[in-house]
Design a protein around this ligand. Structure first.
Ligand code: ADP
Ligand code: MG
Length: 366
């Protein structure tokens, strides 16, 4: 079936490179995910389509947030970027070169360039080893340092994550640290490899609310100082607004909306983004933009939403029509660097669509 070139008077984006990323304003392109998909085999007959044709770019000194509730495919995207899962289809490029897991040496270099920080700071550190041990190994491996130089490097890493004075912290075991301190050690260990890309997979979601901001501030400083390209994965769209340049909203394997963080969070266009914003923890900040819909993002989950042909959000969408039940919506341009995939954007976000048309984002109906 031929794709139409416009829907609702909005340009259909068939090449995701046509959407500029707000993150690009910060720095050079580092990493590209091009139409990444991942299917998991459930049994002999069934495949789970966990990630479907996801494309985005990461840039130096910029944070891109991947937002969505549990099960939407966020970690699977990160694992593909980290080389831990093989994409079913699609391409990953680092510094312009296509990543090939078969090229052993190149892949080893890739693995140090792209570091992954996990959600659970308990699970990621070995309880029988000190902080020093956790940091020494990657520092030696990636930078071949010893003696004085190694010691200086360890202290520098601890200072970068603000665990100071460094010496007593280096001697501690994971159980002697708070959750926030453990997560800083995990970040320091990732930095020991001198990466250009940091994949932070829900790095604060297991921490006390009171210390989440501190860790995000540490990451923000590192982004600037080390010019890191950061993929920040979260189910909390309010923190994405605080921390990210660009937001990608993911639902059941699909990117349903993307754009500059403040635009997506202040005037969400896709009904799912509106739902996420309405259930975000800071109602004064974010709640007023939602003017309809009673479903909460915590209800229902993404199960049963995996039909190939439909909009996967339709069972939970207050705007769904027959078309949504039968046909997957294309990504539509709603701004120079903004897009959403929804057949009912005119009903869901009339103001956003009117704005897009006024600015001339509109294309002629053919
Ligand atoms: P998120 O990080 O957004 O919570 P995940 O990427 O972990 O989502 O999972 C997306 C979907 O893929 C879920 O339905 C999950 O159960 C499924 N999944 C993830 N990893 C595997 C795997 N190794 N085998 C089978 N299914 C998996
Ligand atoms: Mg996850």
């Amino acid at each position: 079936m031929d794709q139409p070139t416009s829907v609702l008077g909005l340009e259909v984006i068939s090449d995701p490179a046509a959407i500029s990323s707000r993150a690009a304003a910060r720095g050079d392109l580092v990493m590209e995910a091009v139409s990444l998909s991942k299917n998991f085999r459930i049994d002999r007959r069934a495949l789970l389509s966990a990630v479907r044709e996801v494309s985005f770019t990461l840039h130096r000194s910029a944070v891109v947030a991947l937002v969505g509730e549990s099960g939407s495919g966020k970690s699977t995207v990160a694992k593909m970027l980290a080389g831990q899962e093989q994409p079913s289809s699609g391409t990953i490029r680092l510094d312009g070169r296509t990543v090939d897991v078969r090229g052993r040496r190149a892949f080893r270099r890739y693995k140090s360039e792209v570091q992954y920080v996990f959600q659970d700071p308990f699970a990621s550190l070995n309880p029988v080893h000190t902080v020093r041990y956790h940091l020494e190994r990657p520092t030696r491996l990636h930078q071949a340092r010893r003696g004085e130089a190694l010691q200086r490097e360890l202290v520098a890493l601890m200072e970068q994550v603000r665990l100071t004075p460094a010496e007593p912290f280096l001697a501690k075991y994971p159980h002697e640290l708070s959750g926030g301190q453990r997560q800083r050690v995990a970040v320091a260990r990732a930095l020991a490899a001198r990466p250009s890309v940091l994949l932070a997979d829900e790095p604060v979601s297991m921490l006390d609310v009171s210390i989440r901001l501190e860790l995000l501030n540490v990451l923000d400083e590192l982004r600037q100082q080390l010019r890191l390209a950061v993929l920040y994965i979260t189910h909390d769209i309010a923190s994405a607004r605080y921390f990210a340049d660009e937001v990608l909203v993911m639902y059941a394997g699909d990117i349903v909306e993307r754009g500059p963080a403040e635009e997506v969070t202040q005037q969400p266009a896709h009904p799912y983004t509106q739902l996420l914003v309405s259930s975000a923890p800071d109602p004064d900040d974010l709640g007023s933009v939602l003017h309809h819909g009673k479903t909460k993002a915590s209800e229902g989950g993404v199960e049963g939403a995996a039909s190939i042909e439909a909009c996967r959000f339709h069972p939970r969408c207050p705007f769904a029509t027959q078309q949504c039940r039968t046909t997957r919506p294309p990504l539509l341009r709603i701004g120079p660097s903004r897009a959403a995939a929804c057949w009912r954007l005119d009903a869901a976000a009339p103001a956003v669509i009117a704005g897009a048309r006024e600015r001339g984002d509109e294309v002629r109906e053919t």
